[in-house]
Design a protein around this ligand. Structure first.
Ligand SMILES: Cc1ncc(COP(=O)(O)O)c(C=O)c1O
Length: 415
């Protein structure tokens, strides 16, 4: 997978000489994309079943997004957040319309969005102290969660490998098992102010909550006046067959964070909070700017993100994601002797757990399956050694899916 081999490809050679080698990259240089297709610099074609970790939610160079960014590029790029611009307000309105009655703050990444949520939670906890008058700042999150790699989000991310070498961590974070309400209850103390949770864990293996987990968590947060932050960086924007995954369980969070798909491939992060929480960022009462980022809400990114929501609604891509989920699950659940032990997820966010320990299957790690599919022109992803992730652009057709599933089926059964 690593490209630090002898290469005569000039792009890879430049990467190896001039870039930090913080990713293990495939020795492939992608040049062009259209819809669910990609082409590398040798002309080889690929079917994208992973959307660049979910960011390409409408595929590559979607004509409506190209038009939106082109029109905006010819009009206005960036003015700074001391002035108003229409694309920001269009996006904020769309998030509120499809989500809940909240106020949006714009930034660039998922880590950024979660940083904003965690900072806002601290302000809320100062303004709403414990019964004994202590300001509240502690945050509970789940093991196997992923919330980012910044200093504020690393300790929330419940995976030790992400923190390795970067200690000491910020204090005030506790990780408890996902789906375990009693563990959350046991971790609460008088300084706890928030719980941050992915409605469906992404990097942790597309892990589903029990049906009553999020409703009970909502009730627990209400009981202790704790804020429920839903990290919808992976699961937002129609990915799971609803605009936002928390809607599957009929709850409303106090804050929701978005990134990846919301920008359709551009860098957009969003933190959306209810007024009772958002007011703690309010410049008018605080008399000073308490949180900001210079390029957050820049016109190009906002115009594209607003268009993402328009296209999802116009093309009814949430229903389409649900129909395609059924198709994928129907096909994969009929596969015998492929080593599949579980198929989970919602919409076009699917985890296929593989039995990597079995002597009946040829593979011993999901990456071997992913690599074989890639050789045959299908991009998939593996996480946690044994979970294959299928997360194509929401506009993928059944015929295109079948093309990818044919390859996957053949790889699983025959290498
Ligand atoms: C659920 C979740 N939250 C936050 C992040 C961090 O997002 P970013 O990589 O844009 O900082 C990720 C990244 O994978 C994620 O999956």
């Amino acid at each position: 997978m690593s490209s630090q081999t002898q290469t005569c490809n000039p792009t890879i050679a430049k990467h190896d000489q001039f870039m930090t080698i913080n990713f293990g990259r495939y020795p492939i240089v992608m040049e062009r994309g259209q819809g669910v297709r990609l082409w590398d610099d040798t002309g080889k074609q690929y079917l994208d079943m992973f959307s660049g970790f979910g960011a390409g939610i409408l595929g590559h160079c979607h004509p409506d997004l190209v038009q939106a960014v082109t029109e905006q590029a010819n009009k206005l790029w960036h003015v700074g957040n001391l002035l108003h611009t229409k694309p920001q307000t269009d996006l904020a309105e769309a998030i509120s319309k499809h989500g809940f009655d909240g106020r949006s703050f714009f930034c660039h990444t998922g880590a950024d969005a979660n940083e904003a949520a965690l900072k806002l939670a601290r302000l809320y906890g100062q303004a709403n102290p414990s019964a004994s008058g202590k300001g509240r700042y502690k945050v509970i999150s789940a093991t196997k969660s992923f919330h980012g790699r910044s200093f504020g989000t690393m300790p929330a991310t419940g995976q030790e490998k992400v923190r390795q070498g970067f200690g000491p961590m910020l204090p005030g974070y506790t990780n408890v098992p996902f789906n375990d309400l009693a563990a959350i209850e046991a971790a609460i103390d008088e300084e706890t102010v928030a719980v941050i949770v992915e409605p469906i864990q992404g990097e942790g293996g597309v892990n589903m909550p029990a049906d009553d987990y999020l409703p009970n968590l909502r009730a627990l947060c209400d009981k202790h006046d704790m804020l429920l932050i839903c990290d919808e960086v992976w699961t937002g924007c129609g990915r799971t067959g609803k605009y936002f995954a928390h809607q599957h369980w009929g709850i409303t969070p106090d804050m929701m964070t978005l990134a990846k798909g919301v920008g359709g491939g551009l860098a957009v992060g969003v933190m959306c909070a209810h007024e009772r929480v958002a007011k703690h960022f309010d410049y008018r009462t605080l008399g000073t700017v308490v949180h900001a980022t210079t390029l957050g809400g820049n016109c190009l990114a906002m115009a594209v993100a607003a268009k993402v929501f328009e296209v999802i609604e116009r093309d009814n891509l949430t229903d389409h994601a649900n129909a395609m989920n059924k198709h994928i699950v129907d096909r994969l659940s009929k596969l015998k002797n492929a080593g599949i032990t579980d198929i989970r997820g919602k919409g076009l966010f699917i985890g296929v757990e593989l039995d990597i320990a079995s002597s009946d299957t040829w593979y011993s790690n999901v990456s071997e399956v992913v690599n074989k599919c890639l050789d045959r022109g299908v991009l998939l992803n593996g996480t946690q050694n044994n979970v294959l992730r299928i997360a194509p652009p929401l506009c993928i057709t059944e015929a295109e899916l079948d093309e990818g599933l044919d390859v996957l089926q053949d790889v699983l059964l025959n290498q």
